[in-house]
Design a protein around this ligand. Structure first.
Ligand SMILES: *Cc1c(COP(=O)(O)O)cnc(C)c1O
Length: 401
């Protein structure tokens, strides 16, 4: 296969992001196909025994088995790395496979992790349940208070783990401050960038070490497949992550990789248009609902910081009404926006975190994370903004707002 990119990245590295999104990570076979090929293969064949021996010994380039390498997956990894500004990337089966791999590949018994309080439910489960099971200590802090990061550091702290914006509270972490602190203390930052993606925020520019993704969300962008990715330095990916991945197998299927790879071509367009719709819908309901958590609005406590770190506010925001009953009444009155707990989709989707994504953790943990019974989270899609406003207006009225 002829790589238009790959080992010689001197040309492609200089392309701007819009070009990378449609050109980066394209390897053409001898057929010269325009659209990247889908390689549904688990293995490879070899001309001679010597050839395969050389590949297994790492002395010759080439693929050996799809848990280790697959051309479609490799194209996705290259495109994500180029967009992220990272040296390397490895795709994963899902966002949670990415988070688990990014943490477990570098941690061991006796280590300590500082993590953000506000987080996706399963990310908190890793911090609260999985890591302690293996003797890895964890401290959960209010990620929006810079001093709390410093105060939580212990001699054995190895990793800072957080999302920004966070799910579903839209907490914003000061990337420059927190990544800078980590760097000065030899701590690795693992940033879950699912809510923004490289189209809106590139944590590496602020000194982050490892970027972990649910590519299920904005990257796919059309709600089709589960996918994940971990980006970092070549050394981290090759020496730390790869041994873990090759031997535990959280790999993405080539078909899912191909779907996400095509999704990336329109990522920036979607992320910006959905951000625009999200901001307008947020302005439309602000003042009508008791509280709104929207990084694009001045009422957000870290609005200025969010806008400094991000190119746009992103498609997701939350708002708080008077309890579960009113929240459910709003959902039930929607005619256009779907009741769904997914995000990043081109369709507008709304959910009630306390009874869905964060139902398992119980009321006390939700309270601690800042998820009240009356919270609703919306992913704003690509529909006409006037239709979205009309639907929201109808739903709020139906619930007495
Ligand atoms: C959805 C999500 C995940 C998990 O991703 P999956 O692809 O569903 O496994 C992790 N972090 C955040 C912030 C998410 O929104």
């Amino acid at each position: 296969m002829k790589k238009t990119t790959g080992t010689d990245r001197s040309i492609t590295r200089n392309w701007r992001p819009a070009t990378q999104a449609v050109r980066g990570g394209t390897w053409r076979s001898e057929h010269g196909e325009t659209s990247e090929a889908l390689f549904l293969t688990s293995g490879y064949t070899f001309h001679t025994a010597g050839e395969v021996a050389a590949r297994f010994a790492g002395e010759a380039e080439g693929m050996t088995y799809s848990r280790l390498q697959n051309p479609t997956v490799a194209m996705l990894e290259e495109r994500i790395a180029l967009l992220e500004g990272a040296e390397a990337c490895r795709a994963q089966a899902s966002g949670m496979a990415a988070m688990t791999t990014a943490l477990l590949c570098q941690l061991q018994t006796g280590d300590h992790v500082v993590a953000a309080r506000a987080a996706f439910g399963s990310c908190r489960w890793l911090v609260d349940n999985l890591l302690p099971k293996f003797g890895i200590e964890t401290t959960v802090i209010d990620s929006a208070v810079n001093e709390e990061w410093d105060a939580a550091i212990r001699p054995n702290t190895k990793v800072f783990f957080f999302e920004s914006p966070a799910n579903p509270t839209l907490d914003i972490v000061d990337l420059e401050c927190v990544c800078g602190l980590a760097k000065s203390r030899g701590i690795t930052t693992v940033v879950d960038n699912a809510f923004a993606t490289a189209a809106l925020q590139r944590p590496i520019e602020f000194g982050a070490d490892v970027i972990a993704y649910s590519a299920t969300k904005l990257m796919d962008g059309q709600g089709r497949v589960l996918a994940g990715a971990v980006c970092g330095s070549q050394e981290f990916i090759d020496e730390v992550l790869l041994p873990f991945q090759r031997n535990t197998g959280p790999n993405i299927a080539p078909f899912n990789a191909w779907v996400v790879h095509k999704g990336l071509e329109t990522l920036s367009l979607r992320a910006h248009k959905q951000s625009e719709n999200s901001l307008e819908l947020g302005k439309f309901i602000e003042g009508r609902v008791p509280r709104i958590l929207h990084p694009g609005l001045e009422s957000h406590p870290r609005h200025a910081l969010a806008m400094k770190q991000m190119d746009a506010c992103g498609p997701i925001f939350s708002f708080i009404v008077d309890g579960r009953e009113q929240a459910h009444a709003i959902l039930d009155a929607l005619e256009l926006i779907d009741i769904s707990n997914n995000i990043g989709d081109a369709r507008s989707l709304m959910c009630h975190p306390a009874s869905t994504t964060h139902a398992n953790m119980g009321p006390e943990a939700r309270e601690e994370m800042g998820i009240p019974e009356g919270m609703l989270r919306i992913n704003v899609g690509l529909e006409d903004i006037e239709d979205l406003k009309e639907d929201m207006d109808r739903a709020l009225k139906a619930a007495g707002l």
